[in-house]
Write a protein that binds this ligand. Sequence first.
Ligand SMILES: Cc1cc2nc3c(=O)[nH]c(=O)nc-3n(C[C@H](O)[C@H](O)[C@H](O)COP(=O)(O)OP(=O)(O)OC[C@H]3O[C@@H](n4cnc5c(N)ncnc54)[C@H](O)[C@@H]3O)c2cc1C
Length: 416
Amino acid sequence: MSRWDQGISVTGRVDILGAGLSGLSAAILLAKSGRDVHVHERRSDSGARFDGDFQGIENWTSERDFFDELREWGIDPDSFKSDAFSKVDLIHPDDEITHPVTNGIAFRVVERGTGSHCIDQGFKKMAIDAGVKIHYGVKYDPMKCDIIAAGPKESSAVAFGEIFHTSHPNHVAFQLNDKLAPGAYSYMIIIDGIGLICTCLWRKQKNTSRFLDETVAWYESNYELDRIPIKRVGGKGDFSIPEKYHTDGRYYVGEAGGLQDFMWGFGMRYAITSGVMAAKSMLGEVSYEEEVRSNLLPLVKVSATNRFLMNRMGDRGFKAVARYWMRDQKRTGDGLNFMRRIYQPGLIRRMMWPLVSASMLTKGTTPDGRSYRRMPFRKALRRDEWTPSTAAQEVSTKWKKTQRDGGRTSFKPSDQ
Ligand SMILES: Cc1cc2nc3c(=O)[nH]c(=O)nc-3n(C[C@H](O)[C@H](O)[C@H](O)COP(=O)(O)OP(=O)(O)OC[C@H]3O[C@@H](n4cnc5c(N)ncnc54)[C@H](O)[C@@H]3O)c2cc1C
């Protein structure tokens, strides 16, 4: 363990850049251990980046329930609203719908944003209760910070969604479809009368709203939604692997440290876990570099290898994956086993890593001189050009009317 990792370099005061989940997790643990913690956030509040978006916290990258891990770290999962799911609609590219199901909890849906029930606000409250001073709406010099938790910088992929009122009961659907979500997937989450339909683009597109309109039209024609649009949201994901996670006395956590799931973009668990690891490292309990390398990096590499394979698939490959998933569920009796297995760093994926790294990631250097390899946003393919359906044009018209009536879009094309 290095001298830095033992926390010897850190005096009583700790400065953290970014009041997202990774920064606040670190702040909570450090303040509870008596440190004078200051978090510097450029936005006006925690969660403002997401503005009412539903996100899923996965339960498949470890056998342990994530909420049990949170409790063990002293983070109370009851401080925010969550809804557990054990079943999902899996929509194949040919529109067949099947149902992966597990005996336990596959994932939990939480809301991101500034509402009091949102996960970001739960973490903020826990931090303040522990004595953390959060400075919102400020610029702060990263070089003066001990922990960099400032989220994604570059875009490797983007996701766009529409939030709407609906009379449909709570539900989660996940769709593998290379036309509606190039190289990726779309999803619909409905919680207590509010729905989100989102499409993820893993290939860079012009006129991105076309993909969301067509995706919304698809769900509308397959589910009884009575959809009344409220707003549109979105954001980018940064998939990179830095040479070091702890360098020049600074800990890089969450997406600022490239700790993200390259395959689906389920980055919340990585963000919180890495924030906790950084805090424990500063408190002299573990080495951050070693913890990340032995517990998170193998998962990141597996997810990158899975992403490499997905990048080579179109709808035929997606159909084969969906079929395999359901056969696996029939064989093992639990739909979550498939997800758990594809995140295990087995021999074949480990052997593929040099190829994945060399052909999918590009080398670069940050302005402050840190080396990394990152997954660039892939180019659009010819098959991404198509004419919107009449139903999608109607979705677009309805959204434009909502905009005229005050409906907001919290994501600008320039954010990509
Ligand atoms: C549309 C979308 C859907 C997603 N869905 C899921 C999902 O279903 N499940 C899942 O697990 N993950 C999902 N993710 C990924 C997940 O949201 C992120 O991986 C996670 O929030 C990363 O946490 P973080 O703390 O690293 O960064 P963030 O949550 O981005 O927090 C970083 C904070 O730092 C602030 N900041 C940035 N720069 C500065 C600066 N210079 N100075 C001060 N403050 C700064 C930002 O304003 C922000 O508040 C999704 C992402 C997007 C965009």
